[in-house]
Design a protein around this ligand. Structure first.
Ligand code: UDP
Length: 327
């Protein structure tokens, strides 16, 4: 049986990856320090004999007993609110954490895939974004801690590939949504759906003309799985090119939820990219991958998930672990 270490296992994407690799009959070792992750996302796996879990911060030395065939590094705060609150942890997990996991991959002769992001393109001057575009990032702006950590992560991953001949993969993930997103992480989709469910107005930042392109989580996981199994060491965009303005997106959520609330405008956060859409030519050619789930289908499933959460979850302002972590 092949084995895989998944960091960030209790997070949104990490937990879906755990499910996928269990289904593919892997031995799955999940790791998370639970600062933004939630054990609820993987509690259904605890009784599974192929699954084990370590509560560990990968920014410090990582030890895993036995053999490892693959490592997926998905540990990182990943929403603007999170990395504004915990900027140093964000920098450390992308830099020191990646370094530790590359070292582990070398020691175990494992293939490693690291989770990068469309944020490496910053506020892009090229549209849609191709992998060849180097980006427009402000290193000292509020998003710099995430963007530069991920850019460093890509650089050190390529260096390990070139110097140590390590088998490496880099996925550049665009906005993704689906069940197990945190309702209170500040990202636009849980923010809008949470507001609709609580009977509050929907908060559009700025005039809402900025665009994003939202990919349903199952499509993303399929793309990542294919990339891991491919032989491509260079970054590959995985995302859904169906682009929409935030203003129109708010209208879609209002229709979907049937809320009679309105939209209100708030200041646009500093450094908020004006547009974002992946060019997925590479993923199509190399991985024979493209997204299959339309926004209307994906949003319906996601709304059903959020509707099923408790009142407590719905009104919780902050992730419980933040307080515990800083005590
Ligand atoms: N946004 C918004 N209202 C909210 C939360 C976010 O208008 O309550 C906007 C935000 O300014 C950005 C877009 O929605 O332009 C997507 O934000 P998100 O935090 O989901 O992710 P980003 O793509 O900016 O990392």
């Amino acid at each position: 049986m092949k084995s895989v270490l998944i960091t960030g296992a209790a997070g949104f994407l990490g937990s879906h990856l755990c499910d996928r690799f269990i289904a593919e009959d892997f031995r799955v070792i999940g790791m998370d320090n639970l600062i933004t992750g939630d054990l609820k996302n993987i509690e259904h796996l605890f009784s599974h004999e192929q699954f084990s879990f370590y509560n560990h911060d990968v920014s410090t030395f990582v030890h895993v007993p036995g053999e490892l065939d693959y490592i997926l590094h998905f540990a990182s705060p990943a929403s603007p609110i999170d990395y504004l609150k915990i900027p140093i942890q964000t920098l450390k997990v992308g830099s020191l954490g990646t370094h530790n996991l590359l070292g582990l991959a070398r020691a175990k002769k494992a293939r490693i895939l690291v989770a990068s992001t469309s944020e490496v393109y910053g506020n892009p001057m090229v549209h849609p974004q191709t992998e060849e575009y180097w980006g427009n990032v402000n290193p000292v702006g509020p998003r710099g801690v995430y963007d530069e950590a991920k850019r460093f992560q890509e650089a050190i991953t390529m260096a390990y590939h070139r110097i140590h001949d390590l088998e490496t993969r880099i996925v550049r993930i665009f906005n993704t949504y689906g069940p197990r997103m945190r309702l209170n992480d500040g990202r636009v989709l849980p923010a809008f759906i949470g507001q609709a469910l609580r009977g509050e107005d929907l908060t559009i930042f700025g005039d809402g003309s900025q665009t994003r392109s939202f990919c349903y989580v199952d499509d993303l996981i399929e793309g990542i799985y294919r990339l891991l199994m491919s032989d491509c060491p260079y970054p590959v965009n995985i995302g859904n090119p169906d682009e929409i303005s935030i203003k129109d997106f708010a209208e879609e959520i209002i229709k979907l939820t049937g809320t009679d609330q309105k939209v209100v405008h708030k200041d646009l956060p500093e450094g908020d990219p004006e547009k974002r859409r992946p060019d997925i030519t590479k993923a199509k050619e190399l991985l024979d991958w493209e997204p299959k789930v339309s926004r209307s289908e994906g949003l319906k499933i996601t709304y059903d998930y959020f509707k099923g959460l408790s009142k407590d979850d719905l009104y919780k302002k902050e992730h419980k672990s933040f307080d515990a972590f800083f005590r």
